[in-house]
Design a protein around this ligand. Structure first.
Ligand code: NAD
Length: 250
């Protein structure tokens, strides 16, 4: 895929201040798209804007009325913003469950709901949902995250079915552990807790289930997202694309 394939397209990326979202925003700009970078982290967005030319939109995606006020005249939506909370169900705070569902499932619904009119009018659109291996399988203590990602999988398929006649595709990307600030913090704290090195945390704990014993880089996910946004990927829709180093192969 050559740079500039997305020139003339306007893309909205949520969670663009950090990690995977940031890498996607940079990559889509490199491909020629005009990018609206959405996040609640104003400093992170300002930092991103020093690297590439993006429109910054500071929004807390749990505030659904604010989500509805976004300018959604966009051709590409990358639903990426997310967060984790680890607790057994009996101790899982209901408010936290609800918050995670709003950010990771309801906000994507509102954003796509608002953007489809523009996409349908142009006869072209791309929705890429950053799901996870946890959109396909569960792990204990991650009730809200697993529920939200499984919900996102369903939403993505419905968008694919409704959008097909309008040139709109919708897909999920399903990574295992990606080297982002979120994961790097977990590595450091687990190394301390278990009294082992950071490399041992990655190999023995995080990548125990994966065939490839290395973290995925955010740029790898961004490249996949850029491909799904290209015209070459126009037949790929309603799919969930595993990028998990063999995590779900057994
Ligand atoms: P990250 O913490 O580096 O970035 C997440 C971004 O989302 C942050 O900039 C944060 O400010 C933003 N965000 C969170 N809550 C928000 C809210 N209420 N309103 C607006 N912005 C909000 O995380 P990441 O690892 O890059 O994760 C991005 C996505 O990728 C998430 O959906 C996550 O579930 C998914 N994912 C990550 C991994 C991984 O290993 N890192 C693996 C699979 C899937």
């Amino acid at each position: 895929m050559s740079a500039g394939d997305l020139s003339g397209r306007r893309a909205l990326v949520t969670g663009a201040a950090s990690g995977i979202g940031r890498a996607c925003a940079v990559r889509l700009v490199e491909e020629g798209a005009a990018v609206v970078a959405v996040d609640q982290d104003a400093d992170g967005l300002a930092e991103l804007a020093k690297t590439v030319d993006v429109e910054q939109s500071v929004v807390d995606l749990s505030q659904l009325n604010d989500v509805d006020r976004l300018d959604l005249a966009v051709d590409i939506v990358v639903n990426n913003a997310g967060l984790q909370h680890v607790a057994p169900i009996q101790e899982f705070p209901p408010d936290r469950f609800s918050y995670i569902l709003r950010v990771m499932l309801e906000a994507p619904f509102r954003i796509v709901r608002g953007a489809l009119g523009h996409m349908y009018a142009g006869g072209w659109g791309r929705v890429v949902n950053i799901s996870s291996v946890h959109g396909m399988v569960a792990s204990p203590y991650k009730a809200a995250y697993v529920a939200a990602k499984h919900g996102l999988e369903g939403l993505s398929k419905v968008i694919a079915l409704e959008g097909a006649d309008h040139g709109v595709t919708s897909n999920c990307v399903n990574p295992a552990y990606v080297r982002t600030p979120l994961v790097e913090n977990q590595i450091a704290s687990q190394a301390k807790a278990h009294g082992i090195t950071e490399d041992e945390v990655i190999e023995r704990i995080m990548l125990e289930r994966a065939a490839l014993k290395r973290l995925i880089e955010p740029d790898e996910v961004a490249s996949f997202v850029a491909y799904l946004c290209s015209d070459a990927a126009s037949s790929i829709t309603g799919s969930s694309m595993r990028m998990d180093g063999g995590w779900t192969a057994h």
